[in-house]
Design a binder for this molecule. Structure first.
Ligand SMILES: NC(=O)CC[C@H](N)C(=O)O
Length: 227
């Protein structure tokens, strides 16, 4: 399986994401600059964390107008897995690929620590290697991670099982403790915690690796024919 890690001016988790895929997962991966207009050669798109364009206006507000976003929308429409982590999640919200918006953390501070998440839905291409209800430890590092949407959108997210990860306790004020959601089709996932920083026990947790393994398993199951 071949992944693209999209790089914007100000991305700072791109190399961690690249390392997680190449060295821990053992799959092919390229760093792809934000002016790329074609991602057809990639099977999965990863939008890493950071401070794209210095978080000016709002986090992700400028990056979502990049050339590469048209190619990401095309990949999403084709059903390819698209994962946005932290600033990647913010960019997916700004682009409308995921519903809702991010507010500043309720304490108005940047929070950087490992938190406990609950796997709410393991029937997605991103979470099949987990059990529903699993508690996993994954680091967060954000100032604008306070997820918000209107009542109608929240009801829809709940009804369609689009809430994939919640914080085990209130971390940043997010509505319903939402830490990660998918689109309706289930192939676009945005999450504030950083699974790429939890791929080896040496990092304090390897709980994030299963997320990447789930993506690869889903791709193999639908693309590799065993003779
Ligand atoms: N680690 C990150 O991606 C940071 C996200 C974003 N710039 C924020 O602080 O909210």
């Amino acid at each position: 399986m071949k992944f693209a890690v999209i790089v914007f001016p100000g991305s700072n988790c791109d190399v961690d994401m690249y390392h997680a895929v190449k060295d821990e997962l053992g799959e092919q991966v390229d760093l792809v600059w934000h002016d790329a207009d074609n991602l057809d050669q990639y099977d999965g798109i990863l939008i890493p964390g950071g401070f794209s364009y210095g978080d000016y206006l709002r986090s992700g507000a400028i990056a979502h107008m990049s050339v590469v976003m048209n190619a990401i929308k095309k990949a999403a429409e084709a059903g390819k897995p698209v994962l946005g982590v932290c600033n990647g999640f913010q960019i997916l919200l700004e682009s409308g690929l995921l519903p809702g918006a991010m507010l500043r953390n309720k304490n108005l501070k940047f929070i950087c620590r490992t938190v406990e998440l609950t796997v709410e839905n393991n029937k997605t291409m991103f979470t099949s290697a987990y059990e529903k209800g699993d508690k996993i430890r994954v680091p967060i590092a954000h100032g604008e991670g306070n997820y918000y949407c209107d009542d109608e959108t929240l009801a829809k997210l709940q009804e369609n099982n689009q809430i994939v990860f919640t914080y085990a306790s209130d971390v940043n004020g997010s509505l319903s403790d939402i830490a990660g959601i998918t689109n309706e089709k289930g192939n676009v996932l945005g999450m504030m915690p950083h699974p790429e920083r939890a791929v080896d026990d040496l990092l304090g947790s390897a709980d994030g690796l299963k997320l990447f393994q789930s993506i690869v398993k889903h791709w193999r199951d639908s693309h590799v024919v065993n003779a």
